[in-house]
Design a protein around this ligand. Structure first.
Ligand SMILES: Nc1nc2c(ncn2[C@@H]2O[C@H](COP(=O)(O)OP(=O)(O)OP(=O)(O)O)[C@@H](O)[C@H]2O)c(=O)[nH]1
Ligand SMILES: [K+]
Ligand SMILES: [Mg+2]
Length: 400
């Protein structure tokens, strides 16, 4: 693929190669899974309302952060690979209990099993949020190096391509992302809006509701052929790339939010801190100097997208102490399950109050919910309406 020039004529050929690589990669991962039992990740029980995994190179300060944010102490030392297993800690925040996992550092080639890479990445797959820790001091060194390389590229025009590649690859953050990407973790990306269903017969039915600029029906046909899928229904609802389509076909991708956390900002200049802090999904902290850790918690909470639901007895004020913590996108059925397993069977209707601040885009939904609720029994429709609350602290208003 590196040798193929990228243009309109070769796009098709490249797409097929991508599908092949994805296929072989999956086969490799699957075969190695059966060979070693150790590939399943560390044996740590999921507990609390959400799970956050600390991923990063050795000695970036992952254990220091765990020890700061939770009551658990994880060994901190200046040498690499101090932590060798998964160490769980508990963060109590906004009434929720969030499991924070300290993990061994990972290195280049982790996805292929270097170090304890495979186990670490397996744990990352089970997390609701990946907290990618990076060393701010190293990122600065790297930028300086990057500039030098770009000057060199200017001088040696003819070796441009490999050098550029090296430059891109050398970014430590990109390296980590590539490791996670290789095992099917997609960071800060949403699931492609594609309906894909394998069928028993009937051939391939292909439809797109928008103009596709990256590939066409013929390509879809050939990619599916490569996976030995001959009968399927494909409905593409957004202008996706070939890679995204392959993700859909493979179906085992994990879409996880990632916060990039630059540690050790006590060691770099304020200008550098400012530059890093402006990047998307980025938080700058210093675990040792206790800088910005409360903002980090705030961001973790925000990106976990948890919803607090409080129960209320008839004629009484709601109990704002013991709330139920529910994932965003959960339904009233989930809420029932969180209260008691048998509740769903006897469930008839629910009255729902939402905070005014949540009305924003969802207001139409809530108002229609209210309108329909008046005419229908709520249990018939409740499962189709999501319980969403983004800013649960604000004024509550009676809706249902
Ligand atoms: N200057 C500075 N040093 C820090 C900071 N946070 C951690 N360190 C130092 O970084 C070193 C490594 O910290 P650890 O917490 O052990 O790093 P780790 O990522 O858990 O490392 P491994 O478990 O080996 O992968 C220690 O010597 C810490 O004292 C910080 O905010 N500023
Ligand atoms: K260390
Ligand atoms: Mg550690």
């Amino acid at each position: 693929m590196a040798r193929t020039q990228k243009n309109k004529a070769t796009e098709y050929h490249l797409g097929l190669l991508k599908a092949k690589i994805a296929k072989y990669r999956t086969q490799l991962l699957e075969s190695s899974k059966t060979k070693s039992e150790k590939g399943e990740g560390f044996d740590v029980m999921k507990s609390g309302d959400a799970r956050v995994a600390l991923i990063g190179f050795p000695s970036v300060g992952k254990s220091t952060l765990l020890s700061k944010l939770t009551k658990t102490e994880s060994a901190v030392a200046s040498y690499e690979f101090t932590t060798l297993t998964c160490i769980p800690g508990k963060i109590e925040y906004n009434g929720a209990s969030i499991q924070l996992l300290d993990l061994p550092g990972i290195i280049e080639g982790a996805a292929q099993g270097k170090g304890r890479g495979k186990q670490v990445i397996a744990v990352a797959r089970t997390a609701d949020l990946v907290l990618m820790m990076l060393d701010a001091t190293k990122s600065h060194q790297q930028r300086v190096l990057g500039r030098i390389i770009f000057v060199m590229i200017g001088i040696f025009q003819y070796v441009q391509a490999p050098l550029l590649q090296w430059c891109v690859l050398y970014s430590r953050r990109a390296l980590l992302e590539a490791e996670l990407e290789a095992v099917g973790i997609r960071l800060n990306r949403k699931r492609p809006n594609v309906y894909f269903k394998v069928k028993k017969g009937g051939g391939l039915s292909f439809n797109a509701t928008c103009k596709l600029t990256h590939f066409n029906e013929k390509m879809v046909y050939h990619i599916l052929h490569d996976y030995k899928i001959f009968n399927a229904e494909v409905l593409i609802r957004e202008d996706i790339t070939v890679d995204e389509f392959i993700d859909v076909v493979l179906g085992n991708r994990k879409y996880i939010t990632c916060i990039y956390c630059y540690n050790k900002i006590d060691q770099i200049t304020i200008e550098e801190v400012d530059r890093l802090a402006r990047e998307p999904y980025t938080v700058v902290v210093s675990c040792e100097a206790d800088l910005n850790l409360d903002y980090l918690l705030e961001q973790i909470w925000k990106h976990l997208n948890l919803v607090r639901v409080y129960t209320k007895k008839r004629g009484e004020y709601p109990d704002f102490d013991g709330g139920l913590i529910i994932r965003n996108g959960a339904t009233i059925e989930h809420v029932c399950h969180a209260v008691h397993r048998s509740l769903v069977d006897n469930f008839r209707f629910a009255l729902v109050w939402v905070s005014v601040a949540d009305w924003g885009f969802g207001s139409v939904r809530w108002l229609s919910f209210l309108a329909i609720a008046i005419y229908m029994r709520v249990d018939e429709i409740s499962t189709r309406f999501f319980v969403r609350a983004r800013q649960p602290n604000t004024t509550r208003s009676v809706l249902g």
